[in-house]
Design a protein around this ligand. Structure first.
Ligand SMILES: Nc1ncnc2c1ncn2[C@@H]1O[C@H](COP(=O)(O)OP(=O)(O)OP(=O)(O)O)[C@@H](O)[C@H]1O
Ligand SMILES: [Mg+2]
Length: 454
């Protein structure tokens, strides 16, 4: 549990860019047309409010000057068309987002487990930090990439809306553009702070929620069920699960309350600023410095830019959280093989002479004591050998080394004189059969259980 939790809740810029690039690449590999359509739709969706605001302005201005009914009619039709696009685009985006999530989820899960299979030995699966990361990678591999992709697109959309409105206002009055931008600053500042606090909160409750999952898993596990019933420890574990949930609820509640307060104050502030701007604009319109069309465009721009900025910050925060999760996935997929396999491995012919352990030293990690110290042993071909020793003497370890689940730290295991390290572990294992004391029962059919091994 230690490694990921020790990482800071704020990923570096490089991690962010690398993660976003990898997520987009994953989406692209599931078929280019989905991301392209998604991007186009989002851009259209983002441009629609600006287009509608412009059309309304032009219509109002034409109504005031009272000429060209034909232009008015086509503007009205345009407005209706924009309305249809605005109404339908979200459904299409929703479908595409879900389809992208399905495809990316399938691909990333397959890659994750392909990467886990690449580890030919056992050491990775006995390392708690790695297991923790693998679990996080499993959780994030399904959702994070597609959510990052969706966030990147809505970010682009937000920028289009904001630039569109500000550009429109610049045409009418640079002062108005400046005002609208200034009105959005408090919202931006508050949302940024809130999102950072939320990310930190999510990071804090991560371990709490993982403990809750652990107890939940234990309480619904057949193997644990025997003991839980025999020893009557169910209520104790349920209470521990309950308390973890209460703890994470409390943290989430505190965050929600903080959000509620900030956003209420922010709403009042934004409305006041927008109202002040409106009063100014109405006065300017009365004095003839602004047309009624300018006025509507201004009103639409104030709320449009404020909303788009708030949305933008939320997307950034969400994407940031997802990227931190996705980074675990990238680390697992990108991690090096645990056992070195030579580029041109030696063949593994059927055993003829025998197996030899030559000066073998082995420990499970540098923190563990030596399990095997300078073991020298020859097992001739065609013979049988029984190994007898105390519990924990290292008998199973010896067999695991023979299957090359690990490599010795010093010395070598030889197959007819060839070091196991010069062979491909998969080829070697074709020549070996073993039933371990902690053997597996697969929850599959009897036929499959028999057919899984040779
Ligand atoms: N994955 C592991 N990580 C760390 N230590 C391990 C691991 N597996 C075994 N050990 C330790 O290595 C030593 C040798 O274990 P091993 O399982 O080889 O003993 P054994 O002779 O097979 O015992 P038994 O008679 O109980 O089967 C023991 O001290 C054990 O605790
Ligand atoms: Mg054993």
């Amino acid at each position: 549990m230690s490694e990921p939790t020790a990482e800071r809740a704020s990923g570096g810029v490089r991690t962010t860019v690398r993660g976003a690039g990898a997520a987009l690449a994953l989406a692209w590999q599931t078929g280019w047309y989905l991301p392209v359509t998604h991007g186009l739709l989002v851009l259209i969706q983002a441009a629609v409010p600006v287009v509608i605001a412009w059309q309304t302005k032009l219509i109002l201005d034409l109504l005031v000057t009272g000429d060209s009914t034909g232009t008015l009619l086509s503007l009205g039709l345009g407005l209706a068309a924009a309305g249809v696009v605005a109404a339908l685009a979200p459904f299409a985006v929703q479908y595409i987002t879900a389809e992208t999530a399905r495809r990316v989820g399938l691909l990333s899960q397959d890659r994750l487990f392909a990467a886990a299979e690449r580890f030919a030995g056992l050491s990775r699966f006995e390392n708690p930090a790695f297991l923790d990361r693998l679990r996080l990678a499993q959780q994030s591999g399904g959702d994070s990439p597609s959510q990052v992709v969706a966030a990147v697109f809505s970010l682009a959309g937000g920028v289009v809306t904001i630039v569109g409105f500000l550009g429109s206002l610049l045409v009418i009055s640079p002062w108005m553009a400046l005002f609208v931008l200034a009105a959005a600053v408090p919202a931006l500042a508050v949302e940024l702070r809130l999102s950072r606090a939320r990310a930190a909160m999510m990071w804090r409750i991560g371990p709490v929620e993982r403990r809750e999952f652990f107890f939940r898993d234990l309480l619904s596990n057949v193997q644990a069920a025997k003991e839980l019933r025999l020893f009557g420890v169910g209520p104790y574990l349920r209470d521990r699960m309950y308390r973890e949930r209460v703890e994470s609820n409390a943290q989430r509640r505190r965050m929600d309350q903080r959000e509620l307060t900030s956003q209420t104050l922010l709403g009042i502030l934004s409305a006041t600023i927008a109202g002040g701007g409106l009063v100014w604009a109405v006065l300017a319109a009365v004095q003839g410095r602004l047309t009624p069309g300018d006025l509507t465009l201004f009103v639409a721009a104030v709320s449009g830019v404020q909303n788009a900025l708030v949305q933008l910050v939320r997307e950034v925060a969400m994407a940031h959280h997802q990227l931190l999760m996705f980074d675990h996935y990238l680390k697992v997929v990108g991690s090096e093989a645990d056992l070195t396999v030579p580029e041109r491995p030696r063949d593994v012919p059927a055993l003829r002479r025998g197996i030899e352990f030559r000066g073998v030293w082995f420990r499970y990690s540098p923190e563990h004591p030596w399990t095997l110290r300078d073991v020298n042993l020859v097992i001739p071909h065609g013979g049988s050998l029984g190994l007898v020793g105390r519990n924990g003497a290292g008998k199973s370890t010896l067999v695991k080394l023979l299957c090359r689940m690990y490599d010795p730290e010093r010395g070598a295991v030889l197959w007819d004189g060839v070091d196991l390290r010069d062979m491909d572990p998969a080829e070697l294992r074709r020549r070996i059969g073993a039933v371990f004391q902690d053997y597996m029962e697969y929850d599959l059919t009897a036929a499959e259980n028999i057919g899984l091994a040779r």
